[in-house]
Design a protein around this ligand. Sequence first.
Ligand SMILES: Nc1ncnc2c1ncn2[C@@H]1O[C@H](COP(=O)(O)OP(=O)(O)O)[C@@H](O)[C@H]1O
Ligand SMILES: [Mg+2]
Length: 273
Amino acid sequence: MKLELRNVTKIYRSKTHTITALDSINLAVREGEFVCLVGPSGCGKSTLLNIIAGLDKPTSGEVRVDGKLVTRTGPDRVMIFQSAALFPWLNVFDNVKFGLNMIGVPKPERQVIARKYLRMVHLAEFEQASVHELSGGMQQRVALARALATDPAVLLMDEPFGALDAQTRDLLHDELQTIWSETRKTIMFVTHDVREAVVLGDRVVVMSARPGRIKQIFTIDLPHPRHIESHAVVDYAREITAVMKDDVLVSARDTDARVLHALEAQMVGDDVL
Ligand SMILES: Nc1ncnc2c1ncn2[C@@H]1O[C@H](COP(=O)(O)OP(=O)(O)O)[C@@H](O)[C@H]1O
Ligand SMILES: [Mg+2]
């Protein structure tokens, strides 16, 4: 297995509160698999990704990549966040080369590799552009090129398209499916958009509200490319949403009513289709 989570538990303790963010998460992800993680706001999705990245430590349990215990951050795991987190003082080309520099790739090779991935995300012509000239979607594509360039074993994506408009997001779904079929990266992708999870994932892991546990795992048996409006995707999403709904109600009460509203709007939309 490429990535293994064994009994990963995370407890946050403060003077007044103890929050069990993750409770015994077990998951094995094979090489080249695309796994989407969905669940209500606050169920521990980001916490889990941070632990895999080595940005945070589990209270108990362990994470292994290629059999090796994760104890801190490393170039074998790269994270992409909702905001692209590019370096504003570097142009597009230098942003993509940055990670290659960090892992000691010689200069001439850096150029070749950076160009390859900028072509892959359709930004070859924007090599010399500065970050602030780019739209949000373009920035995420640069972040993706930067992440892929260093050839990590596992790519971790935490709601990477959450801040984009629907058209840009749909376009990036198409591109990410193509890129994934070309690179066969192992990807853990967090989203609270169930349809997005169905479009992208080989499997969709549904987490329950606090304490975060794996509630159910769905295998999405549909050929790529998939599209967010296709009936097959909508059907899967409806089934998964039904499983999630009780939990969202619980968590919405104390955390985030927006997710519930979004989910309800989506279910109403589904019925119209
Ligand atoms: N550094 C922290 N200290 C205390 N509690 C935290 C911390 N980070 C996250 N939490 C809590 O852990 C739970 C899971 O958070 P998070 O992983 O961000 O959820 P999600 O990404 O699914 O919305 C939440 O209840 C959150 O308040
Ligand atoms: Mg989160």
